[in-house]
Design a protein around this ligand. Structure first.
Ligand code: ATP
Ligand code: MG
Length: 402
């Protein structure tokens, strides 16, 4: 997959931008605060509806304007053209999504048209920061390779929101008790069902992630460090999953291909029944607190270096390296699962990598289109043999070097 043209309107500090980009390495250089990250973020959002800054639509609208547009024109690996467009209006606080100029109703129809993998200094948060950053990372990865997963995420978000509303009402309004309980029973049933889908997907891709990140980390640490990722979810679910997979002797098959329809239905039924029990057991405390204490909204990954949690024990350098191994693993997984080569976005990270890391990333990126931002044009350019297109970014304007 290669982007050919990027069009922006009233997006951040870009009033109007219409740029044609190179098929191989695109280096965007310029001083601080000129719009380099904004452009990378526009590509990220305009293809995958994810902001590398985790901003909302409102923040993306140029100050004083009433909406923004991001248009991405690309070519598939077989050179067939494809385009995506996001149009957001501040007044309605709604965005419209278009694929090849045709409006699509669901985000899941939009986000897998053009896949990108981004490396940014923010990736360090995956290792260092709160569980929400790790959930975001794994959600983003799975969404890229399995669009239906996004529907599960939307469903669970909606159901959990409704459940928390009921729990709050029950806490403060005794007259609500009878109907409230009934509604909660129905909601828990649906929550358990969707949670099982989410856990099945997360377990599979965390196993894969751990495998690839471990291999990558071994390579760049001279086999001195062992990186592992484990999945923490509703107590007992992983044991059930492990037992089922071992019994069916298909752990490796599961990682690479998922489960057969029959096996999926079987383990999903086991998991959802178990989760329903857990939700019901927590009902009393949940009502006291006014929110649900059990669910995939609490999921987390533990990132271990030499069996010690990297969050608490690893040095800054080790944490940075672990974050890069995780992202490299994401790249390998996306490459493995999607039919067209993902586009790479490197915001402010490349020039700071040590030579071995750089080499590894270059190796992984072979054949992919790359966008790199930096303040120093020369040092980034030197890392690539040829086919580099340079763009100077200045105050929301981008000009290609001659
Ligand atoms: P650095 O090298 O420091 O990372 P950068 O070139 O990546 O800089 P950006 O993060 O892209 O810079 O930001 C450029 C400018 O965009 C900032 O000065 C910021 O104030 C401005 N900006 C951010 N959001 C908006 C917006 N909604 N409307 C107008 N300008 C905005
Ligand atoms: Mg920047």
């Amino acid at each position: 997959m290669k982007i050919t043209r990027i069009v922006l309107e009233d997006y951040r500090n870009y009033g109007r931008l219409d740029m044609t980009v190179g098929p191989s390495v695109n280096i965007l250089y310029g001083n601080n605060a000129q719009g380099k990250t904004n452009l990378i973020d526009a590509v990220c959002y305009g293809t995958g509806l994810e902001s590398c800054r985790n901003s909302g639509d409102k923040e993306m609208v140029m100050f004083g304007k009433d909406g923004y547009k991001i248009g991405i024109f690309a070519e598939d690996d077989d050179h067939s053209p494809v385009s995506t467009r996001v149009e957001y209006s501040l007044q309605s606080d709604k965005k419209d999504l278009y694929v090849d100029n045709i409006k699509v109703a669901r985000a899941s129809e939009f986000i897998n048209i053009c896949n990108t993998v981004i490396f940014t200094p923010e990736d360090l948060k995956i290792v260092k920061s709160m569980p929400v950053n790790r959930r975001r990372f794994i959600n983003s990865l799975i969404t890229k390779v399995s669009p239906t997963y996004l529907n599960h995420l939307y469903t669970i978000q909606r159901l959990s929101g409704q459940k928390n509303n009921f729990l709050k009402k029950l806490k403060f309004d005794q007259s609500y008790k009878g109907t409230g309980e009934m509604e909660l029973n129905m909601l828990d049933y649906s929550i358990a069902d969707t949670s099982a889908d989410i856990i099945l997907a997360r377990y599979r891709f965390i196993l894969l992630l751990s495998q690839y990140a471990q291999a990558d980390h071994r390579l760049i640490s001279d086999s001195k460090e062992d990186l592992k990722i484990t999945y923490n979810t509703i107590t007992g679910c992983i044991d059930l999953l492990k037992a089922f997979l071992v019994e069916n002797d298909n752990l490796t098959v599961y990682m690479s291909y998922g489960l057969s329809e029959g096996d999926y239905a079987k383990i999903k039924a086991i998991l959802s029944e178990y989760i329903l029990g857990k939700l019901q057991n927590a009902r009393k405390t949940d009502k006291e607190h006014g929110y649900s204490s059990v669910g995939t909204h609490k999921d987390d990954l533990t990132i271990l270096i030499n069996d010690m949690p990297a969050k608490d024990y690893a040095s800054q350098g080790q944490q940075r390296s672990a974050a890069l191994s995780l992202k490299a693993a994401e790249l390998v997984i996306v490459k493995q699962f999607v039919s067209s080569t993902p586009i790479l976005l490197l915001d402010d990270v490349f020039s700071e990598l040590d030579s071995r890391r750089r080499q590894r990333i270059v190796e992984l990126m072979k054949g992919a289109q790359i966008f790199i931002t930096c303040t120093d044009k020369e040092s980034s350019g030197k890392l690539f043999d040829s086919n580099v297109t340079y763009f100077h970014v200045e105050n929301g304007n981008i000009a290609e070097d001659n």
